[in-house]
Design a binder for this molecule. Structure first.
Ligand code: S0N
Length: 274
């Protein structure tokens, strides 16, 4: 089915669109001539779009994808990589894709990677950072870092090992082979493989299903899934969610009101649940 997408904001290197009355947004890496390699500018735009999606209370699900049918992303753009790393529009080298990786874990809404064609290098790590991945049957996955003089020893190695197993993660990095969609499915690297023609419908069907669920439940589940691995930062995310809910209770409001009314708080009337 053809889906109507509305532009949310114009960017130079990505598309940022919505459907389902603004409840589902899609961020598209948009440089098909490089198989959607990302520059620091493209990453900055993705950070902006993810932040808008995080802050918009209407948005329930975020889709990350690449333009065209040939690639999700081929990773960091090697043509803008200077001697000090990836060079931004301001001429300064930066690896801001790490900020994007962190943001993807902290956005308290499900992110689905919709992968067509190549999912390579740092692009494949963005696929990994998404909560769920729907892959087309033409999808191909791999890490090329050791071939081109780079590596991601953070989430790109640790989370990959957690996701597909330590031996397989080391194989992926040491051998730099390319793996097809069925292998990725078998390894737990992706959630579902569908014919290329069906990928957007399937991704939206999954988004529609999640839109029917309790957003607060999904929020806590995402935070909890990442909490232990992220140490105090993971606990902070989970605790922040708990605090957000606590603020809405009469018990918390009593503390605030007592302070404002210059009286002792009466917490005794609140139940002490088991
Ligand atoms: C994807 C590949 C396998 C596709 O091969 P195919 O189908 O034969 O197409 P090509 O003819 O090769 O490509 C078509 C055009 O696209 C250009 N292009 C492709 N990839 C890139 C790229 N990454 N950067 C710039 N241009 C790219 C080609 O050059 C070609 O254009 P023309 O015809 O004009 O030359 C194949 O293309 C391939 O292997 N690509 C390179 C993949 C790669 O090595 N990516 C970079 C890997 N590293 C990262 O992503 C690092 C970034 C990172 O995320 C990171 C994060 C945290 C910590 C560290 C790092 C880090 O590693 O530094």
């Amino acid at each position: 089915m053809t889906v109507e997408w509305q532009t949310i904001k114009e960017y130079e290197e990505i598309l940022f669109e919505s459907t389902r009355e603004g409840k589902v947004v899609k961020i598209t890496m948009n440089d098909p001539k490089t198989h959607n390699a990302f520059t620091p500018g493209m990453v900055q735009e993705m950070i902006d779009a993810f932040s808008i999606a995080r802050d918009d209370a209407k948005v329930g699900v975020i889709i990350l994808t690449g333009a065209g049918d040939l690639a999700f992303s081929s990773g960091g753009n090697q043509k803008v990589r200077g001697n000090g790393g990836y060079v931004g529009r301001d001429g300064i080298a930066r690896l801001n894709v790490l900020d994007l990786q962190n943001l993807m874990q902290h956005v308290p809404k499900p992110i689905i990677a919709m992968v067509k064609g190549w999912s390579i290098g740092g692009g494949n790590i963005l696929q990994l950072m998404a909560d769920l991945t729907i892959a087309a049957d033409n999808a191909k996955f791999g890490q090329t870092g050791p071939n081109v003089g780079s590596f991601d020893a953070g989430f790109g190695t640790g989370l990959l090992a957690r996701t597909i197993g330590a031996k397989r993660a080391k194989e992926v990095w040491f051998m730099t082979d390319v793996y097809d969609a069925q292998t990725a499915l078998q390894w737990g690297w992706v959630n579902k493989v569908v014919p290329l023609a069906d990928i957007e419908d399937t991704t939206l069907a999954w988004a529609d299903t999640m839109l029917q669920k309790s957003p607060t439940a999904l929020r806590f589940i995402k935070a909890a899934a990442n909490a232990a691995d992220n140490g105090l930062a993971g606990l902070q995310q989970l605790a922040g969610d708990a605090t957000m809910l606590y603020y809405t209770t009469d018990e918390a409001k009593e503390g605030r009101d007592a302070f404002k009314e210059k009286r002792e708080p009466d917490f005794d009337r609140f139940p002490k649940f088991p």
